[in-house]
Design a protein around this ligand. Structure first.
Ligand code: ZN
Length: 334
């Protein structure tokens, strides 16, 4: 997500642009084109370093030089290995003044999926759950629909839509038979890839997810409906290793994964240290029951000092529910 603004030599708005979709002109090119001759001697503001590699369009650094812009203000360098400072160098070498790092934190967050993928080859992982005030994700009989109100549910679909893949465990498939689609008004075109963690290949071929656009991560060779199965290494206790799964998703160009449970899957992701962000809804209802599940299962930690603590915590009220988001200490800036 890149936006650019050009000011003319007297500081007035001359042009703006943003990168709409892959294959379309980059933000700088749009903004410079809009500014035309007014760019000469002016300033370009952009949240990501101009690229140096010509792809479907000529490179943005070249376009900047051609425009006659005198000064370029950039939030962050581009972690893509084809750039990584090359754009800044090219501009400086040509005598353009470069200011780097303005609003860098916000720029990093804006493109956190892309940055994680370019730096590690793996998608950005968000764990999402909805729980009651007393920390339950279902009743003791397994009923979980719906804990949150309609506003939070609508937002969940937007969240799915914003991710390249949605991941659940086979337990969730067997219990709820979810479709795992993003139901968002006017956006039927693009659906996230559905990923099921299913070490023993227990997903029924009749399950709603057992269709196209689904990847079943397993340790066994076999077929499940029209879904693709992906055989992966497993740990001593038979669980699928998440590192190789994330590597494979990254290779397939998946920049972001939304993990939607259940408790065992969440426990694995936390235990393997592969969670980047948590997205937790808290509903003002009390479920109770010692056997009712909470969002993270497994063994848990023994000492509070070992608890996983979120950073950059944000709280938002959505309808009657509360949304709490925060980050884990992995892969900060570039
Ligand atoms: Zn570019």
């Amino acid at each position: 997500m890149v936006g650019a603004v050009v000011l003319d030599r007297s500081g007035l708005l001359a042009g703006e642009g943003y990168h709409r979709v892959a294959g379309q002109p980059h933000a700088e090119q749009e903004a410079l084109e809009a500014a035309g001759e007014l760019a000469r001697g002016g300033t370009l503001y952009v949240n990501l370093e101009p690229c140096t590699h010509p792809h479907r369009q000529p490179s943005c650094a070249e376009a900047v030089l051609k425009s006659g812009v005198r000064r370029v203000v950039i939030s962050m360098t581009d972690p893509d290995q084809r750039v990584r400072g090359a754009g800044v160098k090219m501009l400086q070498a040509a005598g353009v003044e470069v200011v780097l790092g303005v609003q860098a934190d916000r720029a990093v967050r804006l493109n956190e999926f892309y940055i994680k993928h370019r730096l590690t080859g793996r998608p950005f992982v968000t764990v999402k759950f909805a729980m009651s005030l007393d920390g339950k994700i279902a009743t003791s009989s397994g009923e979980s629909r719906w804990i949150t109100g309609p506003e939070a549910r609508a937002q969940s679909h937007l969240l799915r839509h914003a991710h390249d893949a949605i991941l659940v465990g086979v337990g969730t498939v067997l219990a709820d038979d979810p479709e795992l689609t993003a139901r968002v008004e006017g956006s039927e075109a693009r659906q996230p890839v559905r990923v099921v963690l299913d070490s023993q290949l227990r997903t029924p071929p009749t399950a709603k997810v057992a269709g196209p656009n689904t990847l079943i991560a397993t340790t066994r060779v076999g077929e499940v409906g029209q879904a693709e199965t992906l055989v992966l290494p497993h740990s001593a206790d038979g669980r699928i290793e998440l590192g190789p799964l994330l590597d494979e998703l990254g290779r397939r160009g998946i920049l972001s994964v939304l993990v939607e449970g259940g408790a065992t899957v969440h426990a694995s992701f936390f235990a393997e240290g592969v969670v980047d962000k948590v997205h937790a809804y808290v509903a003002p209802i009390v479920i109770g029951g010692g056997r009712a599940p909470s969002p993270v299962g497994g063994e848990g930690i023994r000492q509070l000092a070992d608890a996983i603590r979120l950073r950059e915590v944000d709280t938002t009220r959505i309808g009657d529910d509360l949304l709490i988001t925060g980050y884990l200490d992995v892969h900060r800036d570039s």
